[in-house]
Write a protein that binds this ligand. Structure first.
Ligand code: SF4
Ligand code: SF4
Ligand code: SF4
Length: 264
């Protein structure tokens, strides 16, 4: 499945897209690496063409996702109304245990074998706006910066949203508890130098194999590493939109192409 996804990505990369890609050690000009933007699909999605034909737009994956990560395409979507996707700027995937979305998919559009993190590969995180990274100047995370995440978390009360503070209750469902736990972790970062992307990467067992902060230009900067599965959580959490996900891409596609530039 991994190889199929890689081929799919290379097909997309051969298109005429103009997304400039920045590696942690330097900006990649569009002329070096031309990419066509595509939708990020839920975990376990088979290659794009097959996925589009297999997704019956039933919304089962969306209904069981405890993080509300999955959306269904509307009339503007190219794959057809109701096709499942993830917009990581709105809500990434948090790689929850047992991947309920995969288990719920009745057609295998989300490959039922991809039910553990080692088998899930959605894409690859890339840097698209290097100079906006707060860590380069050691800037601290403020309440305002994390407010956006409270604003789009639907399971909390209006009061919790306004106060940027959540309380855990005994009767919270697992879904509510998971999303509140995320917000609590986010709030714990307030006042610290920004490294939200690396500190809250949900890859297990060791997030530092997917992303880590490295020295750069007198500050710090996120380095994407080969275990990254492209879940998009870092994209959602970054206050300044430094990162994006290239759907279906692998580490080799993106970073080994420019060997030696992925290190500060
Ligand atoms: S559960 Fe499977 S078939 Fe149904 S919307 Fe999600 S990806 Fe498509
Ligand atoms: S670095 Fe971590 S949070 Fe970001 S896409 Fe990769 S696995 Fe997900
Ligand atoms: S979340 Fe990461 S990429 Fe975004 S500003 Fe903070 S350190 Fe930089």
């Amino acid at each position: 499945m991994q190889e199929k996804k890689r081929r799919q990505f290379m097909k997309q990369a051969a298109g005429l897209g103009v997304l400039g890609v920045a590696a942690a050690g330097g900006i990649w000009a569009a002329k070096d690496f031309k990419l066509k933007k595509g939708r990020l699909r839920p975990p376990g999605a088979v290659e794009e063409e097959k996925y589009i034909s297999m997704c019956i737009k039933c919304g089962q994956c969306l209904q069981v996702c405890p993080y509300d990560s999955i959306k269904l395409e509307d009339i503007d979507g190219k794959a057809g109304v109701g096709t499942a996707y993830i917009d990581p700027l709105a809500r990434g995937c948090y790689l929850c245990e047992a991947f309920p979305c995969v288990l719920a998919c009745p057609t295998g559009a989300l490959d039922h074998e991809a039910n553990v993190i080692e088998k899930v590969h959605m894409g690859m995180a890339i840097v698209v706006n290097e100079s906006a990274c707060l860590a380069l100047d050691g800037k601290k995370v403020t309440k305002d910066m994390i407010g956006r995440i409270y604003d789009h978390t639907a399971v909390i009360s209006k009061e919790e949203r306004v106060n940027r503070k959540v309380e855990m209750y005994d009767n919270d469902t697992e879904k509510v508890m998971l999303q509140k736990t995320l917000l609590k972790k986010l709030s714990e970062q307030e006042g610290k130098s920004c490294s939200l992307c690396a500190d809250l990467c949900p890859f297990t067992p060791d997030p530092s194999t997917a992303i880590g902060m490295v020295a750069k230009n007198g500050g710090l900067f996120p380095e994407i590493r080969d275990a990254c599965v492209g879940c998009g959580a870092c994209v959602e959490l970054c206050p300044t939109k430094v990162l994006q996900i290239l759907p279906y891409a692998t580490y080799a596609d993106v970073y080994e192409k420019k060997k030696g530039t992925n290190h500060a």
